[in-house]
Design a binder for this molecule. Sequence first.
Ligand code: PLP
Length: 377
Amino acid sequence: MIYMDNASTTAVDKEAFDIAKKYLFENYANPSSSYSMANDVKADIEDAREMIANILGARYNEIYFTSGGSESNNWAILKSCELMENKGKHIISSRIEHHSVLHTLSYLEKRGYEVTYLNTDEKGIIDINELKSAIREDTILISIMFANNEIGTIEPIKEIGKLAREHNILFHTDAVQAVGHLSIDVNELNIDLLSASGHKFHAPKGIGFLYIRSGIKLQSLIHGGSQERNRRAGTENTFGIIAMAHALKNSYETLDKDSLYVKSLRDRLGSLILKNIEGSHINGDMENRLFNNINIYFENISGELLLILLNQNGVCASLGSACTTGSIDPSHVIMAVSNDKKRASSSLRLTLSKYNTEDEVYKTFEILKKCIEKLRS
Ligand SMILES: *Cc1c(COP(=O)(O)O)cnc(C)c1O
């Protein structure tokens, strides 16, 4: 099997797993208990929190552990609205957000909120001027993703943060595809709320965090015990938290080297495809783009059939988000950037990681070329 679907999920960092497995088999105490075994885990969780905070330029008490990106997005958006309900009911977001943002917004729209969905250019980047003119007296939240999960475009986060700050509007970013892949400083970028998910950067599934700038009194989404300083109830995923902190630290320690390596593989794969497969076109922007992502439109191809053939030949790829796969809807992201239904159902996403090899890149290209020829004949 050749795994080229790292935007869906990643393999767990071996070292992070080895460090964290102690919390499954040896020190499995509930951190809220009162014996020293529990106090030790509690202290280790706080160390993990500090490690993550340091990486993002945050303070340790601004990091809250959650079950992942979807929960963090739901929490940030729903509770920002509750917090700001006296100011207004208008939210600004974009058409290319992940479904955990879009579906939360449509839930709110059914309850009296109004959402402006910004368009993007044909490369998937929002227009700052359009954002500027969308801001109103009653705008309470701007939620724009850091980097897109389908086409990898990186949004102008610094400019968005600056605008939000000038207008006293909360700024949330779904940074699930960016954390572990891009250097991020929440203060430099004026981010108020940032969602992240461990399994997108070589930590296990089911663990993530929400950065909440101190002073923002976001209420709990999950009610119950007093974990996470009373803001997110539920017994801590001790193994996940420790593994996530170490996976994140490892990602950033070798980011310069790994990003160059993965980018060179990605560029190699991209140019092989674009040069040698007729009727293939890139989706997204080549400059403001995650280093591991390539997304290509193949003319006269059914994306779904292509995926099936690739799978039969041992290549794991995706049409866009994993959530879209299995449904017949064309990608909402490619639709937003191209308004072309054919393009949106005939585009393939390949996302690499440091665990891919040059040999896999050549093999993937050869298999892809054969599959496309077969489908077109
Ligand atoms: C994967 C992903 C999510 C969801 O994260 P989970 O931890 O799987 O819930 C949200 N946003 C983006 C951009 C993603 O890629």
